[in-house]
Design a protein around this ligand. Structure first.
Ligand code: DGY
Length: 321
């Protein structure tokens, strides 16, 4: 039997590339350069499966290639706003993702950003590296204590809940959350989360952390009006998708003191970062690294391969969307 032909659009951890190569006729991307839309469209004709990542735009045009051979997109990542799911459904192409395995890593990064911005760690590090540190001072680089403060979680799925748990147990924070509907009582008991309508929660929280998917439904959910509802001392953390925040409005809010600071791991036009953030001390900027741990990136690959294995064995992939 001929082995299914699989394309990896980016470089994966070696152990999972080896696992794939043992079972599939796999084409790797050792240069790790993003593929152009034209190359992706061509790949639709040549491969049985494509394993895209967050940087690949699987648009309706890519999916609708006449005579396409691809039968499954086994996405390497949990967010799938870069894949036109409706077009895939129309063309009978399966789509899977890699939930669960990146939950803790992403929640850890949300906590990292919270601590960095609350304690002005980026600013301090910039001073040290630039030789601008002139020594200890009782009134220098004063941040905000997080212990005992209130965290507002927007989106209470796996990552939102894990962030709440870490903030509650690690930092003794009180947890509010906002989601379409309240979570089950046992989830609330375990995370300490109390449901609030979004605007009420924004007004109450000391730190607001975003954990909702990207896409049309959440585009600019945090806009100028919502930023105005937050406390002037509040911090905004985004490890979800850049499109969820109106970046121009956020920059204006940070400059005007409408809110005190922001920690951002994602941007709307990655890898571009809005110029206006670059000279602001009250924002921490990270390069979309929420799931970037060795353990997590291997587990994501394994999960994507599990999906391919099930699909090509004629079974439903465990993470079929
Ligand atoms: C995801 O999985 O959606 C991340 O943003 C990419 O690692």
């Amino acid at each position: 039997m001929t082995r299914p032909k699989v394309l990896l659009t980016r470089k994966w951890p070696q152990a999972v590339e080896r696992r794939l190569a043992a079972a599939y006729d796999v084409v790797l991307n050792p240069d790790d350069q993003p593929l152009s839309p034209a190359v992706l469209a061509e790949a639709m004709m040549e491969f049985d499966a494509i394993c895209p990542t967050v940087v690949d735009s699987i648009t309706a045009d890519v999916v609708a290639r006449e005579g396409a051979r691809v039968k499954i997109f086994a996405n390497y990542g949990v967010g799938v706003n870069h894949i036109d799911l409706e077009a895939c459904r129309r063309h009978g192409i399966a789509v899977s993702n890699t939930p669960d395995v990146l939950t803790d890593a992403t929640a850890e990064l949300a906590l990292t950003l919270m601590l960095m911005i609350a304690r002005r760690a980026g600013e301090g590090e910039r001073q040290v590296r630039a030789g601008r540190w002139v020594g200890w001072g009782a009134t220098r680089l004063l941040g905000t204590t997080l212990v005992g403060k209130t965290l507002g979680v927007v989106g209470f799925g796996r990552i939102g809940q894990a962030t709440a748990r870490m903030a509650r147990h690690g930092l003794g924070m009180s947890i509010l959350y906002s989601s379409r509907r309240p979570a089950a009582p046992e989830v609330e008991a375990e995370t300490g989360g109390r449901w609030r309508p979004l605007d009420d929660m924004l007004a109450e929280a000391d730190v607001v952390s975003l954990h909702i998917p990207g896409g049309a439904d959440t585009h600019h959910l945090i806009d100028a009006a919502r930023l105005q509802k937050m406390k002037p001392t509040a911090l905004l953390i985004n490890t979800a998708r850049g499109s969820v925040v109106d970046e121009a409005a956020l920059e204006a809010a940070l400059r005007a003191g409408t809110i005190a600071g922001a920690g951002l791991d994602v941007f709307s036009a990655e890898p571009e970062v809005p110029d206006g953030f670059l000279d602001l001390e009250n924002v921490v900027l990270l390069p979309h690294m929420g799931s970037a741990t060795t353990e997590t990136r291997e587990a994501m690959g394994d999960r994507a391969v599990d999906n391919l294995d099930a699909f090509f064995a004629g079974k439903p992939p465990p993470d079929l969307l």
